[in-house]
Design a protein around this ligand. Structure first.
Ligand SMILES: *Cc1c(COP(=O)(O)O)cnc(C)c1O
Length: 471
């Protein structure tokens, strides 16, 4: 597969170059020159296929000729000891993307990227050094994904005092080949420093550098897998049993909502209530729009998806574009779903490379949700269904509510399958969730991360300080 830059169709490269360089030299994003359809035999057995088999079928055509099938098989097996359960909550599907080690969906992309990099760099003598700036979630997923990967070291830059203690432990508690720099400044400062270091000639002479931010195509492609897996299951009316870290209150004897939270007992989970044979409508809580772009790829490959809903917080650049046809980037505003506080979503350029405004409007419905609505939704879904939503997933849930109430989902019949992507485990955002729904169960991976000690170096927000720390 060849990948071309969104800014120049003639700048085409192979998968290895697209993945290892990240951004095209002209500043554009790499996109695949074709979206390969799934074979019919795969499409007709999606509902019963193993997650890793769907991963093989999805990723294979994008890396053909560069990563042999046997190697890809190893990568997929070791990257995904966890999967993406599709559970039923209050008559809707929830696609749980938080069963990975850092409890957010970014694990799916970061773990594949790390293993693909290690293979593509095999036999190289010089180690690869990856720089990544984070506002919180990306840093943890990238650090965890690359931890102990031979031949690669990572430096994560994060804004000091502006990420949660848990996120800091996920980034700066691993040690080994993962270094952490606490920058005295904002996320924008971190990003500026990384860009400057990547362009610094003296540094480039001393080490091989790369970046691992969300525009990397090798993070995007493996995210198409869970869309296809979920759509395939919903199509045959199958849900999964709750996963190990599923944050649901089971109202058995002695169970029920945690003491002091709420007294209303949740109804038993509804199973098998959704009729099979209909493509699903999926709502994606969105910030930089990498996740939704991966969904568009899955749909183009043939996954049985009817339509997407792009739910944002008040940073609604894309919903406004869908409504007006005019793209207007803004500065971001802080919200309680802070991983989606993006005013200029970088993957929009990729979406626009594949679809016109008219096409996008047919496939994607936009909706924006306030912090107040998000809080109300976390409390309500807990009260009604005993299910804990994190703030990002609550934006998705409420987005569906709003569009249904306004009758905006054209042609959707009562009982047609609708699903919401749950992008993070609620325990990751317990400061927001606990006051609304009570203490959430904590997955083992997060409990382990909480035990780590932070080892990071504090630097001023100056390029010279970053260069000094790296050399
Ligand atoms: C990164 C992130 C998002 C936003 O995903 P995009 O691909 O940037 O649209 C949503 N929720 C959580 C929890 C995240 O970490």
């Amino acid at each position: 597969m060849r990948y071309y830059s969104t800014r120049n169709k003639n700048n085409a490269v192979n998968f290895a170059t697209a993945a290892l360089t990240g951004l095209a030299p002209d500043g554009g994003l790499f996109v695949p020159e074709g979206i390969p359809p799934y074979p019919q035999a795969v499409l007709s057995s999606l509902g019963t296929m193993d997650y890793r088999d769907i991963a093989m079928e999805t990723i294979k055509p994008y890396v053909q000729g560069e990563i042999p099938d046997t190697v890809l098989e190893d990568i997929v097996q070791s990257a995904y000891p966890f999967t993406a359960p599709l559970v039923s909550v209050g008559g809707r599907f929830i696609l749980e993307l938080f069963h990975g080690p850092t409890a957010a969906f970014k694990d799916f992309g970061a773990r594949f990227m790390a293993r693909a990099f290690a293979y593509l760099r095999r036999g190289e003598e010089k180690p690869l050094h990856i720089l990544v700036a984070t506002s919180g979630d990306t840093g943890g997923a990238v650090a965890d994904g690359f931890f102990e990967v031979p031949g690669i070291s990572v430096t994560v830059l994060y804004p000091q005092g502006r990420i949660t203690p848990l996120q800091e432990k996920q980034i700066a508690g691993l040690g080994g080949n993962i270094a952490a720099l606490a920058v005295e400044g904002s996320f924008d400062d971190c990003q500026r420093l990384v860009k400057a270091a990547l362009a610094d000639e003296s540094l480039k002479k001393k080490m091989t550098l790369s970046s691992a931010n969300s525009i990397n195509i090798s993070r995007l492609i493996p995210q198409a897998v869970y869309y296809t897996a979920a759509a395939g299951r919903a199509f045959v009316g199958r849900t999964d049993p709750d996963g190990e870290a599923t944050p649901r209150v089971v109202n058995q004897k002695g169970g029920g909502p945690p003491p002091g939270a709420h007294d209303i007992a949740p109804p038993p989970p509804q199973r098998g209530a959704i009729p099979p044979g209909t493509p699903i409508t999926l709502c994606v809580p969105s910030g930089n729009f990498g996740n939704l772009t991966a969904g568009l790829y899955a749909m183009k490959m043939g996954a049985p998806i009817r339509q997407f809903i792009a739910a944002t917080n008040i940073n609604k650049t894309v919903p406004d574009y869908l409504a007006s046809g005019e793209y207007q980037a803004r500065t971001s505003q802080a919200t309680i779903s802070n991983a989606m506080d993006v005013g200029a979503p970088s993957n929009f350029e990729r979406m626009a490379a594949h679809f016109s405004w008219e096409e996008m409007r047919r496939i994607i419905l936009g909706v924006s949700v306030s912090d107040e609505e998000t809080r109300e939704t976390i409390a309500r879904v807990y009260n009604e269904a005993g299910y804990f939503l994190d703030p990002h997933s609550a934006v998705g849930w409420k987005g569906v509510d709003k569009l249904l109430a306004e009758n905006k989902i054209d042609g959707l019949r009562a009982g047609d399958p609708v699903g919401v992507l749950s992008t993070a485990h609620p325990a990751k955002f317990s400061e927001t969730v606990e006051p609304l729904a009570g203490p959430t169960p904590v997955p083992a991976s997060l409990a382990n991360a909480l035990k780590r000690t932070v080892h990071s170096q504090t630097i001023p927000a100056a390029v010279s300080a970053l260069l000094e720390a790296l050399l």
